[in-house]
Write a protein that binds this ligand. Structure first.
Ligand SMILES: NC(=O)c1ccc[n+]([C@@H]2O[C@H](COP(=O)([O-])OP(=O)(O)OC[C@H]3O[C@@H](n4cnc5c(N)ncnc54)[C@H](O)[C@@H]3O)[C@@H](O)[C@H]2O)c1
Length: 338
Protein backbone atom coordinates (compact mmCIF):
# COMPACT_ATOMS: atom_id res chain seq x y z
CA UNK A 1 0.00 0.00 0.00
CA UNK A 2 1.18 3.52 -0.78
CA UNK A 3 2.21 5.90 1.99
CA UNK A 4 -0.13 8.89 1.90
CA UNK A 5 2.14 11.89 2.50
CA UNK A 6 1.24 15.58 2.82
CA UNK A 7 3.94 18.27 2.51
CA UNK A 8 3.03 21.67 3.94
CA UNK A 9 5.17 24.67 2.91
CA UNK A 10 6.37 24.35 -0.69
CA UNK A 11 9.09 27.05 -0.82
CA UNK A 12 12.87 26.50 -0.94
CA UNK A 13 13.24 23.32 1.10
CA UNK A 14 9.61 22.24 0.58
CA UNK A 15 10.16 21.89 -3.18
CA UNK A 16 13.26 19.77 -2.53
CA UNK A 17 11.21 17.43 -0.32
CA UNK A 18 8.46 17.36 -2.97
CA UNK A 19 10.92 16.52 -5.76
CA UNK A 20 12.44 13.68 -3.72
CA UNK A 21 9.09 12.31 -2.46
CA UNK A 22 7.48 12.43 -5.91
CA UNK A 23 10.29 10.15 -7.13
CA UNK A 24 9.59 7.46 -4.50
CA UNK A 25 7.28 4.76 -5.95
CA UNK A 26 5.32 3.85 -2.84
CA UNK A 27 4.48 7.48 -1.95
CA UNK A 28 1.21 9.22 -2.85
CA UNK A 29 2.01 12.91 -2.37
CA UNK A 30 -0.30 15.86 -1.68
CA UNK A 31 0.89 19.40 -1.00
CA UNK A 32 -0.30 22.50 0.88
CA UNK A 33 0.82 26.14 0.62
CA UNK A 34 -0.94 29.48 1.01
CA UNK A 35 0.57 30.49 -2.34
CA UNK A 36 -1.81 29.07 -4.97
CA UNK A 37 0.38 30.03 -7.95
CA UNK A 38 3.18 28.02 -6.42
CA UNK A 39 0.88 25.00 -5.97
CA UNK A 40 -0.11 25.11 -9.65
CA UNK A 41 3.50 25.45 -10.80
CA UNK A 42 4.54 22.46 -8.70
CA UNK A 43 1.64 20.32 -9.91
CA UNK A 44 2.89 20.78 -13.47
CA UNK A 45 6.40 19.65 -12.51
CA UNK A 46 5.87 16.73 -10.12
CA UNK A 47 3.63 13.70 -9.54
CA UNK A 48 1.16 15.19 -7.06
CA UNK A 49 -2.23 13.88 -5.95
CA UNK A 50 -4.07 16.78 -4.23
CA UNK A 51 -3.44 20.50 -3.69
CA UNK A 52 -4.55 22.44 -0.61
CA UNK A 53 -4.28 26.20 -0.03
CA UNK A 54 -5.55 26.20 3.55
CA UNK A 55 -3.99 24.03 6.26
CA UNK A 56 -6.98 24.49 8.59
CA UNK A 57 -9.41 23.00 6.08
CA UNK A 58 -7.48 19.75 5.42
CA UNK A 59 -8.87 16.47 6.70
CA UNK A 60 -5.48 15.36 8.05
CA UNK A 61 -6.84 11.94 9.03
CA UNK A 62 -6.61 10.86 5.39
CA UNK A 63 -2.76 11.03 5.57
CA UNK A 64 -0.19 8.66 7.14
CA UNK A 65 2.50 11.27 7.37
CA UNK A 66 3.02 15.05 7.22
CA UNK A 67 6.27 16.79 6.19
CA UNK A 68 6.38 20.32 7.64
CA UNK A 69 8.43 22.84 5.65
CA UNK A 70 6.90 26.13 6.77
CA UNK A 71 8.84 28.78 8.74
CA UNK A 72 9.76 27.80 12.30
CA UNK A 73 7.09 29.77 14.22
CA UNK A 74 4.46 27.48 12.61
CA UNK A 75 6.17 24.16 13.40
CA UNK A 76 4.74 23.32 16.84
CA UNK A 77 1.08 24.15 16.04
CA UNK A 78 1.32 22.10 12.81
CA UNK A 79 3.03 19.13 14.54
CA UNK A 80 0.26 19.24 17.12
CA UNK A 81 -2.54 19.22 14.48
CA UNK A 82 -0.87 16.36 12.59
CA UNK A 83 -0.45 14.24 15.74
CA UNK A 84 -4.07 14.83 16.75
CA UNK A 85 -4.98 13.29 13.37
CA UNK A 86 -2.65 10.32 14.08
CA UNK A 87 -0.05 11.24 11.44
CA UNK A 88 3.68 10.62 11.70
CA UNK A 89 5.63 13.88 11.28
CA UNK A 90 8.94 14.91 9.77
CA UNK A 91 9.44 18.59 10.60
CA UNK A 92 12.07 20.92 9.20
CA UNK A 93 14.57 22.53 11.57
CA UNK A 94 14.66 24.45 13.83
CA UNK A 95 11.97 22.71 15.88
CA UNK A 96 10.72 25.96 17.41
CA UNK A 97 11.69 29.40 18.66
CA UNK A 98 10.47 28.98 22.25
CA UNK A 99 9.44 26.14 24.58
CA UNK A 100 5.72 26.87 24.14
CA UNK A 101 3.83 23.69 23.30
CA UNK A 102 6.87 21.38 23.03
CA UNK A 103 6.05 19.35 26.13
CA UNK A 104 2.55 18.79 24.80
CA UNK A 105 3.71 17.49 21.38
CA UNK A 106 6.22 15.16 23.05
CA UNK A 107 3.41 13.79 25.24
CA UNK A 108 1.03 13.54 22.27
CA UNK A 109 3.58 11.65 20.15
CA UNK A 110 3.93 9.11 23.00
CA UNK A 111 0.18 8.76 23.55
CA UNK A 112 -0.53 8.30 19.85
CA UNK A 113 2.60 6.16 19.30
CA UNK A 114 3.60 8.27 16.29
CA UNK A 115 7.13 8.97 15.03
CA UNK A 116 8.10 12.64 15.06
CA UNK A 117 11.50 13.51 13.63
CA UNK A 118 13.26 16.82 13.06
CA UNK A 119 15.03 17.13 9.71
CA UNK A 120 18.55 18.02 10.87
CA UNK A 121 19.99 16.80 7.59
CA UNK A 122 23.60 16.41 8.80
CA UNK A 123 22.46 13.29 10.65
CA UNK A 124 21.59 11.66 7.30
CA UNK A 125 24.87 12.53 5.54
CA UNK A 126 27.23 9.56 5.07
CA UNK A 127 30.44 11.53 5.72
CA UNK A 128 29.10 13.05 8.93
CA UNK A 129 27.80 9.65 10.07
CA UNK A 130 31.30 8.21 9.53
CA UNK A 131 32.89 11.11 11.44
CA UNK A 132 30.54 10.58 14.38
CA UNK A 133 31.13 6.81 14.39
CA UNK A 134 34.87 7.40 14.68
CA UNK A 135 34.40 9.83 17.57
CA UNK A 136 31.91 7.65 19.46
CA UNK A 137 34.03 4.50 18.98
CA UNK A 138 37.00 6.31 20.59
CA UNK A 139 39.25 6.25 17.52
CA UNK A 140 40.77 9.64 18.42
CA UNK A 141 40.63 9.04 22.20
CA UNK A 142 38.82 11.54 24.43
CA UNK A 143 37.70 14.59 22.47
CA UNK A 144 39.20 17.74 24.02
CA UNK A 145 38.84 20.36 21.30
CA UNK A 146 36.11 21.02 18.75
CA UNK A 147 36.54 23.72 16.11
CA UNK A 148 33.96 24.48 13.40
CA UNK A 149 34.62 27.13 10.74
CA UNK A 150 31.88 27.77 8.21
CA UNK A 151 31.26 30.49 5.64
CA UNK A 152 29.14 30.98 2.55
CA UNK A 153 27.40 33.72 0.58
CA UNK A 154 23.76 33.30 1.63
CA UNK A 155 22.61 35.91 -0.90
CA UNK A 156 23.98 33.70 -3.70
CA UNK A 157 22.11 30.58 -2.56
CA UNK A 158 18.98 32.46 -1.50
CA UNK A 159 18.70 35.71 -3.52
CA UNK A 160 15.21 36.32 -2.05
CA UNK A 161 16.54 36.20 1.55
CA UNK A 162 15.12 39.65 2.37
CA UNK A 163 11.59 38.51 1.52
CA UNK A 164 11.47 35.21 3.44
CA UNK A 165 11.53 34.11 7.09
CA UNK A 166 15.32 34.72 7.16
CA UNK A 167 14.87 38.48 7.68
CA UNK A 168 12.70 38.02 10.80
CA UNK A 169 14.03 36.64 14.08
CA UNK A 170 10.46 35.84 15.14
CA UNK A 171 10.06 33.48 12.17
CA UNK A 172 13.40 31.68 12.66
CA UNK A 173 15.58 34.18 10.80
CA UNK A 174 19.21 35.14 11.39
CA UNK A 175 22.32 32.98 11.33
CA UNK A 176 21.84 31.43 14.79
CA UNK A 177 18.41 29.81 14.27
CA UNK A 178 18.90 29.27 10.56
CA UNK A 179 22.45 27.96 10.19
CA UNK A 180 24.29 27.59 13.52
CA UNK A 181 21.50 25.31 14.81
CA UNK A 182 22.61 22.68 12.23
CA UNK A 183 26.16 22.66 13.60
CA UNK A 184 25.11 22.72 17.26
CA UNK A 185 22.72 19.83 16.66
CA UNK A 186 25.56 17.86 15.06
CA UNK A 187 28.08 18.65 17.83
CA UNK A 188 25.51 17.59 20.46
CA UNK A 189 24.97 14.32 18.55
CA UNK A 190 28.72 13.67 18.75
CA UNK A 191 29.63 14.74 22.30
CA UNK A 192 26.33 15.22 24.17
CA UNK A 193 24.47 18.26 25.51
CA UNK A 194 25.91 21.77 25.50
CA UNK A 195 26.44 22.97 29.07
CA UNK A 196 27.09 26.64 28.40
CA UNK A 197 27.62 28.97 25.49
CA UNK A 198 29.28 32.35 25.07
CA UNK A 199 28.29 33.99 21.80
CA UNK A 200 29.03 37.14 19.87
CA UNK A 201 26.73 37.66 16.89
CA UNK A 202 26.44 40.68 14.63
CA UNK A 203 24.85 41.89 11.46
CA UNK A 204 27.91 42.84 9.42
CA UNK A 205 27.39 42.55 5.67
CA UNK A 206 24.14 41.20 4.11
CA UNK A 207 22.22 44.20 2.74
CA UNK A 208 18.61 45.08 3.63
CA UNK A 209 18.25 42.87 6.71
CA UNK A 210 19.20 43.52 10.33
CA UNK A 211 19.44 39.93 11.65
CA UNK A 212 22.90 38.57 12.52
CA UNK A 213 24.93 37.21 9.59
CA UNK A 214 28.15 36.56 11.55
CA UNK A 215 28.63 34.48 14.70
CA UNK A 216 31.45 33.42 17.01
CA UNK A 217 30.80 31.02 19.94
CA UNK A 218 32.64 29.16 22.69
CA UNK A 219 30.88 26.13 24.17
CA UNK A 220 31.33 23.71 27.07
CA UNK A 221 29.56 20.34 27.34
CA UNK A 222 27.98 18.39 30.17
CA UNK A 223 29.36 14.95 29.21
CA UNK A 224 32.77 16.01 27.90
CA UNK A 225 35.44 18.44 29.11
CA UNK A 226 36.14 19.49 25.50
CA UNK A 227 36.23 23.19 24.59
CA UNK A 228 34.13 23.95 21.51
CA UNK A 229 34.51 26.94 19.20
CA UNK A 230 32.47 27.91 16.16
CA UNK A 231 32.87 30.68 13.63
CA UNK A 232 30.23 31.17 10.94
CA UNK A 233 29.48 33.89 8.46
CA UNK A 234 26.88 34.14 5.71
CA UNK A 235 28.66 36.55 3.36
CA UNK A 236 32.07 35.17 2.34
CA UNK A 237 32.53 34.67 -1.39
CA UNK A 238 33.66 31.04 -1.40
CA UNK A 239 31.75 28.33 0.46
CA UNK A 240 33.90 26.66 3.09
CA UNK A 241 33.20 24.24 5.91
CA UNK A 242 35.68 22.60 8.27
CA UNK A 243 34.66 20.58 11.31
CA UNK A 244 37.59 19.40 13.46
CA UNK A 245 37.65 17.23 16.58
CA UNK A 246 40.99 16.81 18.37
CA UNK A 247 41.30 13.99 20.88
CA UNK A 248 43.97 12.47 23.09
CA UNK A 249 44.81 9.88 20.39
CA UNK A 250 44.35 11.81 17.16
CA UNK A 251 42.56 14.45 15.18
CA UNK A 252 39.74 14.08 12.69
CA UNK A 253 38.50 16.64 10.17
CA UNK A 254 35.48 16.96 7.88
CA UNK A 255 35.82 19.21 4.86
CA UNK A 256 32.94 20.54 2.81
CA UNK A 257 32.10 20.81 -0.03
CA UNK A 258 34.00 17.57 -0.81
CA UNK A 259 32.59 15.72 2.22
CA UNK A 260 35.96 14.06 2.89
CA UNK A 261 37.11 12.86 6.28
CA UNK A 262 40.78 13.25 7.23
CA UNK A 263 42.30 11.48 10.19
CA UNK A 264 45.76 11.77 11.74
CA UNK A 265 46.93 9.69 14.69
CA UNK A 266 50.71 10.20 14.53
CA UNK A 267 52.48 13.39 15.68
CA UNK A 268 53.21 15.87 12.90
CA UNK A 269 51.93 13.71 10.04
CA UNK A 270 49.57 14.64 7.24
CA UNK A 271 45.90 13.72 7.36
CA UNK A 272 44.92 10.47 5.63
CA UNK A 273 41.83 11.31 3.59
CA UNK A 274 38.76 9.21 2.88
CA UNK A 275 37.07 9.14 -0.51
CA UNK A 276 34.81 12.12 -1.26
CA UNK A 277 31.26 11.43 -0.05
CA UNK A 278 29.61 14.53 -1.52
CA UNK A 279 26.26 13.27 -2.73
CA UNK A 280 23.79 15.70 -4.26
CA UNK A 281 21.53 17.58 -1.83
CA UNK A 282 18.55 15.61 -3.15
CA UNK A 283 20.38 12.34 -2.40
CA UNK A 284 20.95 13.44 1.20
CA UNK A 285 17.23 14.16 1.50
CA UNK A 286 16.42 10.77 -0.03
CA UNK A 287 18.56 9.13 2.66
CA UNK A 288 16.73 11.20 5.27
CA UNK A 289 13.37 9.85 4.03
CA UNK A 290 14.74 6.29 4.02
CA UNK A 291 15.75 6.80 7.67
CA UNK A 292 12.35 8.24 8.47
CA UNK A 293 10.33 5.47 6.78
CA UNK A 294 12.52 2.84 8.54
CA UNK A 295 11.82 4.54 11.91
CA UNK A 296 8.08 4.40 11.28
CA UNK A 297 8.12 0.80 10.05
CA UNK A 298 10.37 -0.53 12.85
CA UNK A 299 8.85 1.62 15.63
CA UNK A 300 12.30 3.09 16.29
CA UNK A 301 13.08 6.73 17.14
CA UNK A 302 14.17 8.87 14.15
CA UNK A 303 17.84 9.87 14.06
CA UNK A 304 16.88 13.30 15.44
CA UNK A 305 14.09 13.16 18.03
CA UNK A 306 11.90 15.96 19.39
CA UNK A 307 13.92 15.94 22.61
CA UNK A 308 17.24 16.29 20.77
CA UNK A 309 15.92 19.11 18.58
CA UNK A 310 14.54 20.84 21.66
CA UNK A 311 17.98 20.63 23.26
CA UNK A 312 19.49 22.36 20.23
CA UNK A 313 16.77 25.03 20.33
CA UNK A 314 17.69 25.74 23.96
CA UNK A 315 21.36 26.06 23.00
CA UNK A 316 20.45 28.59 20.29
CA UNK A 317 18.18 30.52 22.69
CA UNK A 318 21.05 30.59 25.21
CA UNK A 319 23.34 31.90 22.42
CA UNK A 320 20.88 34.73 21.74
CA UNK A 321 20.75 35.50 25.47
CA UNK A 322 24.57 35.49 25.61
CA UNK A 323 24.68 38.05 22.78
CA UNK A 324 22.39 40.32 24.82
CA UNK A 325 24.11 39.84 28.17
CA UNK A 326 27.75 39.66 26.93
CA UNK A 327 28.47 36.61 29.12
CA UNK A 328 28.33 32.79 28.94
CA UNK A 329 24.83 31.42 29.50
CA UNK A 330 24.12 27.95 30.98
CA UNK A 331 22.06 25.67 28.74
CA UNK A 332 21.84 22.46 30.70
CA UNK A 333 19.42 23.73 33.38
CA UNK A 334 16.79 23.70 30.67
CA UNK A 335 17.32 20.28 29.12
CA UNK A 336 14.56 17.69 29.23
CA UNK A 337 15.54 14.05 29.87
CA UNK A 338 14.53 11.92 26.84
N1 LIG B 1 17.25 21.27 6.32
C1 LIG B 1 17.71 22.21 5.51
O1 LIG B 1 18.77 22.08 4.92
C2 LIG B 1 16.90 23.47 5.32
C3 LIG B 1 17.16 24.30 4.25
C4 LIG B 1 16.36 25.42 4.07
C5 LIG B 1 15.35 25.71 4.98
N2 LIG B 1 15.14 24.89 6.05
C6 LIG B 1 14.07 25.19 7.03
O2 LIG B 1 12.80 24.92 6.43
C7 LIG B 1 11.83 25.90 6.80
C8 LIG B 1 11.30 26.59 5.54
O3 LIG B 1 12.37 27.19 4.85
P1 LIG B 1 12.27 27.60 3.29
O4 LIG B 1 13.63 28.07 2.93
O5 LIG B 1 11.65 26.53 2.51
O6 LIG B 1 11.28 28.86 3.40
P2 LIG B 1 10.44 29.52 2.22
O7 LIG B 1 10.03 30.87 2.69
O8 LIG B 1 11.16 29.37 0.93
O9 LIG B 1 9.12 28.59 2.11
C9 LIG B 1 8.15 28.54 3.12
C10 LIG B 1 6.82 28.23 2.46
O10 LIG B 1 5.82 28.09 3.48
C11 LIG B 1 4.63 28.65 2.98
N3 LIG B 1 3.73 28.96 4.11
C12 LIG B 1 3.85 29.96 5.02
N4 LIG B 1 2.82 29.92 5.90
C13 LIG B 1 2.06 28.87 5.53
C14 LIG B 1 0.85 28.30 6.05
N5 LIG B 1 0.23 28.81 7.13
N6 LIG B 1 0.31 27.23 5.42
C15 LIG B 1 0.91 26.70 4.32
N7 LIG B 1 2.07 27.19 3.80
C16 LIG B 1 2.62 28.26 4.40
C17 LIG B 1 5.07 29.89 2.21
O11 LIG B 1 4.09 30.32 1.30
C18 LIG B 1 6.33 29.35 1.52
O12 LIG B 1 6.04 28.82 0.24
C19 LIG B 1 12.55 26.85 7.77
O13 LIG B 1 12.29 26.42 9.09
C20 LIG B 1 14.02 26.67 7.43
O14 LIG B 1 14.89 26.91 8.53
C21 LIG B 1 15.87 23.77 6.22
Amino acid sequence: MKRKVLTVGCGGIGERHIRVLSGIDDVELSICDINENLLERLQKKYRISRLYSSWDKIDLERFDMVVICTPAHLHIPMISNALEANCHVLCEKPLALSSDGIERVIELSRQRDRTVGVAYIYRSMPALNLLREKIVSGEIGDVKSIAFVIGSDYSFYRPDYKDIYYSDLNKGGGALHDAVSHMMNYIEWCVGPTESIYCVARHLVLPDVDVEDSVGCVMTFSESDAIGTLSLNQFQRTYGMIFEFAGTEGVIRFEGPSHSIGICKEPNREFTWSEKMNLSRDDHHKLQFENFFRSIDNHEPFVCTLEEAEMTMRTILAAHESVKQHRPIPVLDNVRTP
